[in-house]
Write a protein that binds this ligand. Sequence first.
Ligand SMILES: C[S@@+](CC[C@H](N)C(=O)[O-])C[C@H]1O[C@@H](n2cnc3c(N)ncnc32)[C@H](O)[C@@H]1O
Length: 200
Amino acid sequence: MSLRGTDAYRDVGALPVLVRRAVEAARAHAFAFSCRPEQGRLLQVLAAGAPHRIAETGTGCGVGLAWLASGASAGTRLVGVERDAGRARVAADVFRGRDQVEILHGDWRRIEEHAPYDLLVLDGGGQAKGDGVADPARLLRAGGTVVVDDFTPATTWPPRYDGAPDRPRLHWLEHPELHNAELRLAADLSVLVGTRLPPR
Ligand SMILES: C[S@@+](CC[C@H](N)C(=O)[O-])C[C@H]1O[C@@H](n2cnc3c(N)ncnc32)[C@H](O)[C@@H]1O
């Protein structure tokens, strides 16, 4: 059985200090849907290659953003948007004293306030899963990266979900502004990673 979200950290040993703090906050507030450690490690690595700005939609209690902040350089600014007021407060608490991290309360579209980004993580809103869709041409710098979380690994082409073509996944994999790949992070988990093409 694979453990999901916050529970997946139960037996994970060494974690960056901020990640541990965010996981403890998620547990204390009974929030089960934090990003998994496999996803977090990928975010930490990608953050190291983002020199200026990083954003995440759907910040929850801040676990994914904590992985990002743990990998980012000292001068990189990070913005997380969360529509649930209670969770936005919890996340702001996790990052208290970390001036390079800002938590915005509201709809994911608030990321537009600080665009463009070097790295954009779509984990709650903007994923083309029914809550609007982020536009890489407006939100990403040329060469910037977008990560769309939480897919099961595709076993067919076109990818299918519930017996029908998986439209959100196809939206990203066939996006004309992006070079895209699906990365398998665990037997039951994959993410889509896209790089914005430079202007021709
Ligand atoms: C899967 S959880 C996020 C986990 C978090 N990114 C982490 O790594 O721990 C999704 C979050 O997105 C938030 N959310 C969903 N739709 C949203 C929207 N339209 N705008 C902002 N946040 C949204 C939910 O309230 C929830 O906290």
